[in-house]
Ligand binder design. Sequence first.
Ligand code: ZN
Ligand code: ZN
Length: 335
Amino acid sequence: MRAMVLERPRTSLVPRERAMPVPAAGEILIEIAACGVCRTDLHVVDGELPNPKLPLVPGHEIVGRVVELGQGVEGLALSERVGVPWLGATCGVCAYCRSGRENLCDRPLFTGYTRDGGYATHAVADARYCFPLPERRDDAEIAPFLCAGLIGWRSYRMAGASGSDAGAGPRALGLYGFGAAAHILAQIATWQGRRVYAFTRTGDEAAQAFARSLGAAWAGGSDEMPPEPLDAAIIFAPIGALVPIALKAVKKGGRVVCGGIHMSDIPSFPYRLLWEERQVLSVANLTRADAHEFLALVPQAGVKTAVRRYPLATADDALSDLRTGRLQGAAVLIP
Ligand SMILES: [Zn+2]
Ligand SMILES: [Zn+2]
C-alpha cells in the first residue's frame, strides 16, 4: 500500500510504501476511494494538537470498500461501501460512554491522529465505528460528510436546532468561516427554513458569492454586523477573536458555538457582551448517533458538496490550499 506519512509535526508529508495492514479482530481493511482533507489535519500537521501517533497517516474522512473482514466483524460485508470518521474507537465503559456522550470518552482513538487514517490507498478501522454509505453518490463528493458534515451537524444541534423539528431552534443563524463545514450546514439550515448569515474573511467576495449560492440570505465580512440580530452563531474559523465579535451579533439568550478543535486565543472582552444569558459553547468530536442522524438527513435535504480533487501524492498542496484559504468547499485526496 501507499501512504502519505507525517514523520514529525511541521514537516512535509512523505510518500511511503508500506506492508498491507492486516485487520485484527473487530477491524476491517478498506480500499480507499477518497479521503477528505479537514482543517483538523492541518492542526495535526502543524503541531497544534498534542501527542499525535508518529509516524502518522493523517485523514479522517475516508470513503472506501471493505476488502477484508477481521474476526468477529458483524454488520458489514465484503465490497460494501463504508465511511470512516474521526471517532475511531471509544472505551465503552467510562462515565461519558455510558451516558450517551461517547464523543467525550476518556480513552478514545481518533482516526488520522492517534491511529492511522486515510491519506493512503488502504486503511484498517474498527468496524463498530464505520458507517455503511449509500451506493449512488460519488466517492469524493461524499467524503466531506464524514467530518465537515458531522461536526457541522453537531454544532448546529448545540446551537439549538433539531433534526426532527425544523421549527425548533434558531431562526437567524450566523456561520463564521465559510469552508467545508459551513457549505454543507448552510444547505441543511436553509432547507429547514432558517435564515443563514455567512461571514467570511473581509473582502473575500468569491466566498460570499459561494455562500449566497448555497442559500445564505446575506454574506459579508466578519467585521460586519448581520442585517438582523442572530439567535445563534457557529464559529468554524479557528480564530478566537471571532468569539466576542459573534457575541455582539447574537441577541439576548443567544448561543455562540465554537465548532473547531483548535482556536487561537480568545481576547478579553467586556462582560456585557456575555450578559443577558448569552452562552459560549464548544463542540468536541462526534457520536455515532450524530452520524446516523446526519447521514439520514443528507438525502432528504438534497445536500450537495463542492469538492476539489487532489491526487494522493499532492496531499501537501491540498493542506496548503486549505491553510491559505484558496479553496471553495472541500479538498479531497484520490489515491
Ligand atoms: Zn469511554
Ligand atoms: Zn475533521
